[in-house]
Design a protein around this ligand. Structure first.
Ligand code: ADP
Ligand code: ZN
Length: 623
């Protein structure tokens, strides 16, 4: 009986906690319902248990400690690796009327003493600090913190503690003493790092007390993945950019030189683009990053050095102009798109030449073991690009996660594939390989088949009967057919550095007309739109301008005023009163009071001119 009673009390407590956290979610952040396991995570923290949260980028990790911070009496200390990230989070909280602050080397002494005073008066709910500020310098700061009531430590980007992770920061090592120093204060560690080795290492290093581990799927359903053959890459990029002039995006390249060149070219072609690479001064890099974050520059052409400090939620596309060196990097880099949950694109330009180039980088001198690992990872990346299987599934399987065969949101799954009798095509391909005596690579064979006039095709070859018999088929199509012929074993590739095409045992029957070959033809791809629901594009663009103006006045990035997701909801559901605006995701009490009228007026006038009515009743609670 007592046991039952006790359980009931605990449940009642839980119930109260969840009721108040739901209220905070709505009134402070303007969101309708919790996502993934946010609710369970918050419950765990409120029971003062340690938690380890693995959630993909854009999943909503911040709320998992921000809501407990508001529920607890004392102070929540958030450890974050970068000044830019701290500032971003604090600005976002302040816009929602929550008193948060950060302490780092960017502040002057006056600002710092001001924060100390506010902390002493218990006015600050969340304090963002770097690990060295928290635990370095003879732990002076720690001594001060002991005089306050600390309710929770949140360790953001927790993978920085592990040298297995993609972004090791030695200062994070200091955090291993946190649990010893504050054994009664719960710790929540959060990361979007997907690989198992790093996860285990984080738990080991942080010495959390019997933590509850929360894992979400690493799937990013709103990102559309596609791989295109890299040939006239710059032209292909231009075609894409011309269709997406209002969108922000990142183009990743391998070298400083190509970053600089591509940014210059894009500028000359009338695009708003800036480079970001290690060859630029720190000031210049910060400046370019800032312009990008504030939407004053639309495109950043970057080497991999770009991205970690980026919380920008409305990155609509990530283009890889060069091949990433492994699937982890590909996932991290493409993951910078679509944090706001709206549809976004990840486009990769693939060529076998890139694989050869990267192989050279993968060779670690005097370390055959590491070289082997790097080469293996590279070949997994290449396989992802070359295969005809769902890209999302390939990514998720790589991280040890199950996934359905088809995702309906990658180039492979969205390209209709029609099987047809391709025997004649196969015969042309195989006889070309035979005529060239199994001594030439894929590109040469395709150029030969298409009757290329290029000098690299030898004069003798130009006199052969097979030369030019495949003119009617485009280069892209030939590459695809060859890929299939290889995967069905009608042909093979021999040699690793400069592979050549060669016949197999299966080739003979095809050449003799004794075996039929079935190939698949690609049919037109579906257009990708921002949303499944119809929305007013013109209104959406207008609202973006209003948002930019407000953001400039407040001196914060536009996406912190409202995310693209909020503007999209406004242009979909067309609210006509402030009460209706309240139902739009992202309008908490403070933002409604501050910005509600301004946005309502724009929507209202737009609808009046076009005789459009509110559709707010069609809105299902947004997650
Ligand atoms: P992460 O840190 O996991 O990358 P964030 O905490 O920055 O993700 O959240 C990504 C975006 O999703 C933010 O704009 C955030 O406000 C929004 N968000 C988080 N939780 C919810 C929710 N329950 N409903 C609607 N939007 C949410
Ligand atoms: Zn797919």
């Amino acid at each position: 009986m007592t046991f039952k009673l006790k359980k009931l009390t605990i449940n009642l407590e839980n119930y109260n906690i969840m009721q108040t956290s739901n209220q905070i979610l709505k009134t402070k952040f303007g969101y309708e319902s919790f996502r993934f396991n946010q609710e369970d995570i918050i419950k765990t923290i409120m029971q003062k248990r340690d938690a380890f949260v693995l959630m993909p980028t854009g999943g909503g990790k911040s709320l998992c400690y921000q809501i407990p911070a508001l529920l607890f009496d004392g102070l929540t200390v958030v450890i974050s690796p970068l000044i830019a990230l701290m500032k971003d989070q604090v600005d976002a909280l302040r816009l929602n009327g929550i008193n948060a602050a950060y302490m780092n080397s960017s502040l002057d002494t006056n600002e710092i003493s001001d924060i100390y005073e506010q902390l002493n008066r218990h006015e600050i709910k969340l304090l963002y600090v770097s690990p060295e500020r928290l635990l370095g310098n003879n732990q002076l700061f720690l001594v001060f913190l002991r005089s306050l009531n600390i309710s929770l430590f949140a360790i953001d980007e927790a993978h920085c503690i592990s040298h297995w992770g993609h972004d090791f920061r030695p200062e994070y090592r200091l955090l291993s003493s946190l649990k010893r120093e504050f054994s009664a204060v719960p710790i929540i560690a959060l990361t979007a790092t997907a690989d198992g080795l790093t996860r285990d290492d984080i738990l080991d290093k942080l010495k959390l007390k019997n933590p509850v581990v929360f894992t979400s799927s690493f799937n990013r359903p709103n990102i559309h993945y596609s791989v295109e053959p890299k040939r006239k890459m710059y032209e292909q990029i231009l075609i894409y950019l011309k269709k997406h002039r209002n969108d922000s995006g990142i183009i990743y390249v391998l070298s400083r030189n190509s970053a600089q060149k591509m940014a210059d070219k894009l500028k000359a072609d009338g695009f708003s683009a800036k480079p970001y690479h290690a060859g630029l001064s720190g000031d210049k890099r910060n400046k370019h990053q800032e312009l990008f974050i504030k939407d004053q520059v639309k495109i950043i052409v970057a080497t991999i050095a770009f991205g970690m400090g980026i919380n920008k939620s409305n990155v609509r596309f990530v283009i890889h102009a060069d091949l990433p060196k492994n699937i982890e990097s590909y996932y991290q880099e493409t993951g910078r798109a679509g944090r706001d949950g709206l549809k976004s694109e990840a486009i990769l330009f693939y060529s076998g030449g890139d694989v050869i180039k990267l192989k050279r980088f993968a060779m670690v001198e005097n370390n055959p073991e590491q070289t082997r690992v790097m080469l293996h990872k590279l070949s997994q990346m290449a396989t992802l690009c070359e295969s005809n299987a769902c890209r999302r599934r390939a990514i998720l399987n790589y991280f040890g996660e199950q996934a359905p065969d088809s995702c309906d949101n990658c180039d492979v799954c969205l390209t209709g594939r029609e099987k047809f009798d391709g025997t004649v095509i196969a015969q042309k391909a195989l006889s070309a390989v035979a005529r060239l005596e199994n001594r030439f690579g894929l590109t040469y064979v395709v150029d030969f088949l298409r009757g290329s006039k290029a000098e690299k095709i030898s004069e003798t070859h130009k006199t052969l009967k097979t030369y030019g018999i495949g003119k009617d088929i485009s280069k892209e199509e030939w590459f695809r057919y060859f890929k299939d012929l290889i995967s069905f074993n009608y042909l093979k590739q021999v040699g690793s550095e400069y592979p050549v095409l060669a016949l197999t045992e299966k080739s003979r029957n095809v050449l003799l007309g004794k075996e039929k070959v079935f190939l698949v033809k690609a049919v037109a791809k579906k257009e990708i739109t921002l949303s499944e629901m119809p929305y007013e594009q013109e209104l959406f663009d207008k609202l973006k301008i209003v948002r930019t103006d407000l953001a400039q006045k407040e001196n914060v990035p536009a996406y912190l005023v409202f995310s693209d997701a909020t503007l999209l909801e406004l242009s979909t559901y067309l609210p006509q009163t402030l009460e209706e605006v309240r139902k739009i995701s992202g309008f908490g009490d403070i933002k409604l009071a501050k910005y509600g009228k301004i946005f309502l007026e724009v929507v209202f006038n737009y609808c009046a001119e076009r005789k459009l009515a509110s559709k707010i009743n069609e809105k299902i609670p947004k997650r």
